[in-house]
Design a protein around this ligand. Structure first.
Ligand code: F6P
Length: 380
């Protein structure tokens, strides 16, 4: 539904409520509770679990007498007024599906003043009382900025990168780690058979959570991440030691954001960035693979897992986490507790100010990296 089309009536809302207030605004009668409209959008890179959280928002909304308006394609949908009412019926069956039924984009809502004016006009037009913004650091930073302009916003952290501060975990991460672990298992058998080094490049942007976690789970022989400085000399020595100890194959996991300087790459030019200012990575795995083969004389192959890590059905863990986040976000809206992001701390769902979630990346802590290094075999 575009901005110039008439607002349709969501299925589960008594018609009287909408008829009294076609924009979907708040209204109360003696017999019925207040009905308010929540707008929900998914922004940034997709990840498994987005549909589970959309479903949870809509279902929890029913409990609190909210109607839920799905905004298509991230912030872009709010600029264009491209929305669809979500209903109990329309979110049925989406729980196990990867991606997002709403579509996504990396649009920055505050880049152009005219876009932000359109956003404000559409919030009014559709009678949206609160926005639930599901995104990673780029989308949630925009949510924080939009909140500063007085728009009621609640954030939900999603990303396979697991790099959002204040939450122990983002949904999507567990599924990505499972995908990478399965890939490492498969690569192990072929690396061992051919006595090769196989370099596996994984996503994660500027942090190494996927690399370290899947590296531990898959028994990687070397793990290179942005948080830990390394040199080619060190890496070659460690792999050579392993080879000399009788392990004639190695699996090297490298995070896409591992320092290019360590491999003799120049830094990424300014124009190689997306709209949110994120670097586009240049394939550090290929450079590492070539350099290892040149220096060690061991046949080397490279696998770049790429977007396969973002696809597919969410794990049970991600489905449950996404559901908990979705319900908690609706509860924050119900309590008019805005400018917050839902978070997992220990096994508790809590909330923190959006500001503290996005002002710095959550990087891999040293103890976790050390744990991974401790269990690598064949080292002297
Ligand atoms: O933030 C999620 C992520 O998958 C990163 O791990 C990766 O660097 C980036 O998105 C890729 O973005 P795009 O889908 O725009 O190529």
């Amino acid at each position: 539904m575009k901005a110039d089309e008439p607002t349709s009536i969501p299925r589960d809302v008594p018609f009287d409520h909408y008829a009294e207030n076609p924009g979907g605004g708040p209204h109360e009668s003696s017999s019925c509770p207040v009905i308010k409209t929540i707008g929900v959008l998914t922004g940034g890179g997709d990840c498994p679990g987005l549909n589970a959280v959309i479903r949870a928002v809509e279902r929890a909304g029913i409990k609190y007498h909210f109607v839920t308006l799905g905004i298509r394609n991230g912030w872009q949908g709010l600029i264009d007024g491209d929305v669809e009412p979500l209903t109990d019926f329309s979110v049925s069956g989406i729980l196990p599906k990867g991606g997002t039924i709403l579509g996504t984009s990396r649009t920055n809502p505050l880049k152009k003043t005219s876009d932000f004016q359109k956003i404000k006009a559409n919030i009014k037009k559709f009678g949206i009382h609160a926005l639930i913004i599901i995104g990673g650091d780029g989308t949630l930073s925009a949510a924080r900025d939009v909140a500063k302009h007085g728009i009621p916003v609640v954030g939900i952290p999603k990303t396979i990168d697991n790099d959002i501060s204040g939450t122990d975990m983002t949904f999507g991460f567990d599924t990505a780690v499972s995908t990478v672990t399965e890939a490492i298992d498969r690569l192990h058998t072929t690396a061992e058979s051919h006595h090769r080094i196989i370099v596996v490049e994984v996503m994660g942007r500027n942090v190494g959570w996927i690399a370290v976690t899947a590296g531990i789970a898959g028994g990687a022989d070397e793990i290179l991440i942005p948080e830990v400085h390394f040199t080619m000399d060190q890496v070659c020595k460690r792999l050579k030691d392993r080879y000399d100890a009788g392990k004639k194959f190695s699996i090297v996991v490298i995070a896409e954001g591992a320092h290019e300087k360590d491999l003799g790459l120049s830094s990424v030019p300014e124009n190689e960035r997306d709209e949110c200012g994120h670097e586009k990575f240049v394939g550090v795995g290929n450079i590492l693979g070539k350099e290892l083969e040149r220096r060690l004389g061991i046949e080397t192959r490279v696998t770049i897992l790429g977007h396969v890590q973002r696809g597919g059905s969410p794990t049970a863990y991600d489905r449950v986490l996404a559901t908990r986040f979705g319900v908690a976000a609706v509860q924050l809206v119900h309590a008019s507790d805005f400018g917050k992001m839902v978070a997992l701390q220990g096994n508790r769902i809590t909330s923190i100010p959006l500001e503290s979630a996005v002002n710095q990346l959550k990087t891999v802590d040293n103890d976790f990296y050390e744990l991974a290094m401790t269990v690598i075999g064949g080292r002297k």
